[in-house]
Design a protein around this ligand. Structure first.
Ligand code: M6R
Length: 601
């Protein structure tokens, strides 16, 4: 939820730290701050500001020079987004600074004990307790910050990535992680720590993964990772496969628009080398059921996955909101295959549901976009989507590739369990291969939709209707509109409307309807549902692969297999949400109250 970056090296730290924060701003953007050591043993230079990173940047005009530093961009949990609550937080000497991503669950008790010992607190955050604790621990460990960090981590409950720097040893930064991400960027005469490789990709493409409950110390020329017992741990080193330009806007006004237009490539990259089969050691025959766990957009992709896996694989699939799953003691065992879906691979709700399922003996086969992420690492098998870095908070290309992953898994199971004939397999492969070009076609024809959307910019509510896989597509369309346009939007199954939600229809209510395949029974039923809303004053925008005449406005998409239709139908829905946000002057890439990677429960 928060973005964390640390730099130590031969150059000025200000640039890499601020640049890193800019690239991590998607993780949280309600305040930002930095800490730089300027003189050995003297209080650190600190600057922190509520609001977007640009507020901090404006305040940094006269920053002193330093070759090490840490920076933070925040998504507030404990304490509102104020200058004081912004990170870094300092100990009472002002020589030790700490930044944090996550939640310290036992902070109330820690704070009470620390206050009794004379520590003075300034903020309302859970984080400030940790810096005071670390300050005492450092003294107890004769100034050894890494030993102090190990000691403190054992006292903390909750989830955290922590970075700390002390002015007595200014080129030395210490980090730790539990349930929140932290990666090391391995440079030449300089090293980095960050929540995400995006922060340092312009400087190095070599990264080190850190495991659970590990502490890392970096200097310009050394990296040492230990576990909480102080034993040295060998970390896995990997090459980052994308370059810095992938995380730039590249001429587009917003990352979201760029990412919408990157969908044909993302789909094609995710399909490449996989249409003839997935290289997996899993024995699908042993599974009696599949449970998909995910949140938000990834959950909607999972709902589509249920249709594909059940039809092609003939195996029962439940799709569960990760945040609910483990709390209702679901029935699962070693005959259950659990598929967590997560773009970031760090979503805490999904991670916790994964761990619960694992503890019950289930096999975990995750779908992730971020290489080296915690969810991927803790799974028995992973299918990586190749969407590349998704920067806009609203997910678009990651969703498209999650859908592709669902189809690939459905196809694989169908083949391995002998449920699909050769002819059926070939037909599916042919339709999947055609998707990138078809998405391209949709993108070429959305221009009129942008103008049409602007006409509805002041409506109170927009409803989305779909049947079959059009239903999860409708849910995704509504989610996109809510998060970007800040307006009431809901997705419904077409047949469900008459059971209550139809009362929401008023004169002029826009209803976006996703039409099922031409001549299908579902298309007839959907046509009736459209008549029902029109009779009550709705203005209907239909997304259809045929010339449907029952709507007020028609958006045509290419024909494809009904199961694959969400890949095409979602594109106009993304464009509607994007355009509505622009028309309402909202922040498209960083919508209010949200963060890209939700690392708290
Ligand atoms: O990183 P994840 O895929 O696990 O994220 C899950 C959701 O937080 C995410 O899809 C969220 O709903 C998006 N902002 C929606 O656009």
């Amino acid at each position: 939820m928060c973005g964390i970056v640390g730099y130590t090296g031969k150059n000025s730290a200000l640039n890499p730290v601020v640049e890193g924060l800019r690239r991590l701003e998607y993780r949280g953007y309600d305040s930002a701050g930095i800490a730089l050591p300027t003189e050995i043993g003297k209080p650190l230079y600190i600057e922190k500001r509520a609001g977007k990173l640009k507020n901090l940047e404006e305040a940094l005009a006269k920053t002193p020079n330093s070759t090490s530093g840490i920076g933070h961009t925040r998504w507030a949990t404990h304490g509102g987004p104020t200058d004081t609550n912004a990170h870094p937080h300092l100990d009472n000497d002002g020589k030790l600074a700490l930044i944090h991503n996550g939640i310290i669950e036992n902070y109330v008790q820690l704070r009470a004990e620390l206050e009794k010992r004379g520590h003075k607190f300034k903020s309302e955050t859970d984080t400030e307790s940790v810096v005071h604790l670390l300050s005492d621990a450092r003294k107890e460990n004769n100034g050894d910050l890494a030993a102090a960090m190990r000691q403190v981590c054992k006292q903390l409950k909750g989830s955290f990535t922590l970075l700390a720097i002390h002015s007595d040893n200014p080129s030395h930064i210490v980090g730790a992680r539990r349930n929140s991400p932290l990666v090391v960027g391995v440079g030449n005469g300089e090293n980095f720590l960050a929540s995400d490789v995006a922060a340092f990709i312009a400087h190095t493409k070599v990264a080190l993964e850190l495991g659970q409950d590990e502490v890392v110390e970096i200097t310009p020329t050394s990296i040492e990772v230990t576990n909480l017992a102080g034993q040295v741990v060998k970390s896995k080193q990997y090459e980052i496969s994308w370059d810095a330009s992938a995380a730039e806007r590249g001429g587009f006004t917003h990352f979201m628009l760029k990412e919408i237009y990157e969908q044909p490539k993302a789909i094609s990259d995710t399909l490449i080398g996989r249409l003839d089969g997935l290289n997996l050691k899993l024995k699908f025959k042993k599974f009696e059921k599949i449970v998909i766990i995910a949140c938000g957009t990834a959950y909607n992709a999972g709902l589509v996955g249920k249709y594909a896996i059940e039809k092609w694989g003939q195996i029962p699939v439940d799709v569960e909101l990760a945040s609910e799953y483990r709390y209702r003691e679901p029935s699962l065992d070693k005959k259950t295959l659990v598929i967590p879906i997560s773009q970031s691979g760090e979503t805490m709700d999904t991670l916790m549901a994964l761990r619960y399922a694992k503890s019950k003996g289930a096999t975990i086969f995750s779908v992730c976009n971020t290489n080296g992420s915690t969810i991927g690492r803790e799974s028995d098998a992973v299918l990586y989507t190749h969407a590349g870095p998704e920067i806009a908070v609203a997910s678009t290309k990651a969703f498209a590739t999650q859908l592709i992953a669902m189809y690939l898994i459905g196809l694989e199971i169908g083949k391995r369990l002998d449920n699909l004939s050769k002819k059926e397999v070939n037909a599916i492969i042919e339709q999947l291969s055609a998707l990138p070009a078809k998405v391209e076609q949709v993108l070429e024809t959305v221009e009129p939709l942008r103008e049409l959307t602007r006409k509805f910019k002041d409506v109170e509510s927009v409803l989305f209707l779909g049947r079959h896989v059009g239903y999860p597509t409708a849910l995704e369309g509504a989610l996109k509109l809510k998060e970007l346009a800040y307006m009431h939007a809901e997705g419904f199954a077409g047949g469900e409307l008459k059971h209550g939600p139809i009362a929401l229809i008023d004169k002029g209510t826009p209803v976006v309807a996703i039409m099922p395949a031409e001549h299908s029974v579902l298309a007839e039923k959907m046509a009736s549902n459209i008549q029902e809303v029109k009779a009550r004053g709705a203005v209907v925008i239909a997304i259809s692969e045929f010339d449907f005449v029952g709507a007020d406005h028609l958006i045509r998409i290419p024909k494809t297999d009904q199961l694959l239709q969400p890949v095409l139908a979602v594109v106009p829905l993304q464009v509607i949400a994007y355009e509505m946000a622009v028309a309402r002057r909202n922040d498209v890439d960083q919508p209010r109250n949200l963060a890209k990677s939700v690392t708290v429960e």
